[in-house]
Write a protein that binds this ligand. Structure first.
Ligand SMILES: Cc1ncc(COP(=O)(O)O)c(C=O)c1O
Length: 426
């Protein structure tokens, strides 16, 4: 049988770093990756036949779990009709209507293939619409890997401890202004310095890439007000939170209306689909009606639209978000009890079905706080959890993703494994 470490050694010969996205390499937890052969519900099986309860869930898209039968059927039916046409299809229309119905701030959308494309395009649109160049970004916010957003990005870059990326021209970085999450005064200060130059403020309304960090009371309302006052657009990057925090996204949970919204992950139902959207008056600046260019060979791919539409249809059924909240709360309570039974300092941040256990003495409100966490302890914890058949995101600065497929038994088994892990690393 080929083991994961055999496959990783081979992969390193032909794939840069052995992986197609950096955090998968598991460097920060001093491990090598598990190669996945298949997934079913809340479980995945490695290429060497080991079963795991999966809290990565492909980093968020799989809110229904792996290989959901209705999603597979939708994909199967659609794929038989052809895989891509480069021409409009009915299913793109149905998809757009469903997304706009779910999130009222979206009057029109444009479908793309990844979250990176969505945020990159939304920023270009904001710049074209406002005729301004500067943007404000949250320190430790991650919005994919477009040049102007690779300034103090979260996710893999925070995990690897790097401030940005080589290859990004300084002339581009100069247009991106950083503020800490949950800090209204810092946003005010940038607007005071550049009252007429800011095209947009882009933010994950619930930070997810410095670990999960919810917005403090009235924070999102305050930045909404400030952006409005300065005629800058507010862009909510809901690539993680869209259809996860609530069916209507974090904007419905906190009752704040952004100008533009970026969606990804869940809306592709496990296939590559994402979109951005907002008011007609702004969206009509996109080509072909406007002068902001944006395009994509596989944009609105019918198979991805089918997977996404079916996923949204299932999520719209009664009680799905209640169930996700209950399961999230149950896991949080189990983790809290397990922590309290030891002397290990820890704080849990959770919104619905995504949470982070920070090995931290203090509560976490922003990237600086998150970075005070004991990453060595997290690495030990990760390894003991994995040895017990629980697959966590391999970084202190990521969320654990729950799905509707995670059962009570899965959660009980996970809590037991956490108890064991905490005792062993105490
Ligand atoms: C909030 C957020 N925005 C954008 C992205 C980029 O999405 P993608 O990896 O599909 O390009 C991510 C990816 O994790 C994300 O978490």
């Amino acid at each position: 049988m080929t083991t994961s470490s055999d496959l990783f050694s081979e992969s390193q010969q032909v794939i840069a770093g052995g992986v197609n996205s950096p955090v998968r390499a598991c460097d920060s937890v001093q491990e090598t990756p598990v190669f996945i052969a298949k997934g079913q519900g809340s479980h995945v099986t490695s290429s060497d036949g080991t079963d795991y309860i999966d809290f990565v869930c492909s980093w968020g898209p799989l809110i229904l779990g792996h290989a959901h039968p209705e999603v597979l059927d939708a994909i199967g039916e659609t794929i038989l009709l052809g895989t891509t046409f480069g021409a409009p299809t009915r299913i793109e229309l149905d998809f757009a209507k469903t997304v706009c119905d779910a999130i009222p701030s979206l009057e029109k959308i444009r479908a793309v293939s990844s979250g990176t494309e969505a945020t990159m395009s939304a920023i270009r649109l904001a710049r074209g619409y406002t005729k301004r160049d500067k943007i404000i970004k949250i320190n430790g916010g991650y919005h994919g890997h477009a040049d102007m957003l690779l300034v103090a990005p979260g996710s893999g870059a925070t995990t690897l401890g790097i401030p940005g990326s080589a290859g990004v021209p300084s002339s581009i970085i100069e247009q991106t202004h950083l503020v800490p999450f949950n800090d209204v005064a810092a946003v005010k200060q940038i607007f005071t310095q550049y009252p007429n130059d800011i095209a947009a403020l882009i933010i994950e309304p619930i930070a997810g890439n410095m670990g999960v960090v919810p917005p403090q009371k009235d924070y999102l309302q305050a930045i909404r007000q400030l952006t409005k006052e300065h005629n800058a657009l507010l862009i909510f990057d809901e690539v993680i939170t869209g259809f996860r925090a609530a069916y209507g996204g974090a904007q419905s949970l906190y009752n704040v209306t952004p100008d533009l919204t970026c969606l990804g992950k869940i809306i592709g139902g496990g296939l590559p689909a994402a979109c951005f959207g907002g008011r007609t008056e702004i969206m009509d600046h996109l080509a072909p009606t406007g002068d902001v260019y944006q395009a994509g060979t596989l944009s609105g791919n019918p198979v991805a639209m089918a997977a996404g539409l079916k996923t949204l249809e299932i999520l719209a059924r009664p009680d799905t978000y209640k169930t996700l909240e209950q399961r999230g709360a149950y896991l949080e309570q189990g983790l809290t009890d397990a922590l309290n039974a030891t002397s290990i300092p820890g704080h849990i941040n959770r919104v619905g079905s995504v949470l982070t256990l920070f090995f931290n003495n203090n509560p976490v409100y922003n990237l600086h706080d998150a970075q005070q966490s004991d990453t060595k302890r997290f690495a030990q914890f990760f390894r003991v959890m994995r040895s017990q058949g629980i697959l966590l995101p391999p970084s202190q600065f990521e969320g654990w993703f729950l799905s509707l497929a995670h059962t009570q038994a899965d959660l009980d088994q996970t809590i037991k494994a956490v108890q064991t892990a905490l005792i062993s690393i105490n």
